[in-house]
Design a protein around this ligand. Sequence first.
Ligand code: PEP
Ligand code: MN
Length: 264
Amino acid sequence: MDLKNIENKWVHQFAKPIIIAGPCSAESESQMLETARRIKESGADVPIFRAGIWKPRTKPNGFEGVGVIGLNWLKKVKEEYGFRTATEVANAHHVEAALAADVDILWIGARSTVNPFTVQEIAEALNGTQKPVFVKNPVNPDLALWIGALERLLSQNVQNLGVIHRGFSTYRKTKYRNIPNWQIALDFRQEFPNIPMLVDPSHICGNRTGLAGVAQEAFNVGYEGMIIETHCNPDEAWSDASQQITPEVLADIISNLQIRNSDI
Ligand code: PEP
Ligand code: MN
């Protein structure tokens, strides 16, 4: 089995587009449950709830995530509202804790994808898991590093894979927080057409106004879904406040998207 002919049966469990929504960070049980309840009540077709428990922050001494207690809140979100759950893992301890708490989907963040030692450690901790694992593009525009991370997972018999396009760091001031560099994602897609690709408009844009446009651009070229930061009170969010939206705005964005059927 190689990345080109991977089967990725997991993807058929979900209607397309596959939408993952929820806060950048888990902050409290009530924040998690209110966000989940309002996503449900909004009527948006969101099967998967995201929240960061361990947060990679650019500077030290800020909020670095609530840690393992957040896994209990994800569990409650699953029990009370029926969402599958997703969180970021950045080392083997995170993987062990997330698997023990039965988080349904794990992702490797953009700052981890750049580090082969980290990816290898995560891949070994995940060995043989059937759970879907997503790999965000590395912060720098390096396609080989992105592919290499997937190869490390596959060689640990992790076969339910997906990728997340979250844009690339830039020193220049642009309208994006992370420039999309669409061509890199399209090159990835052309090489590995069986690996589902999700867009992360939140981290590409870094603001609320650009989200719908970036998501639409991705769906225009056949992406399978998106992961989008959604918070019950975005202005007060403890991380990435400027890009988070309410569940009601999310529902509105989703209902205005034009979705093209893809082949996966
Ligand atoms: C996140 O999804 O909240 C996150 C930290 O993303 P990234 O790894 O893309 O910066
Ligand atoms: Mn974030």
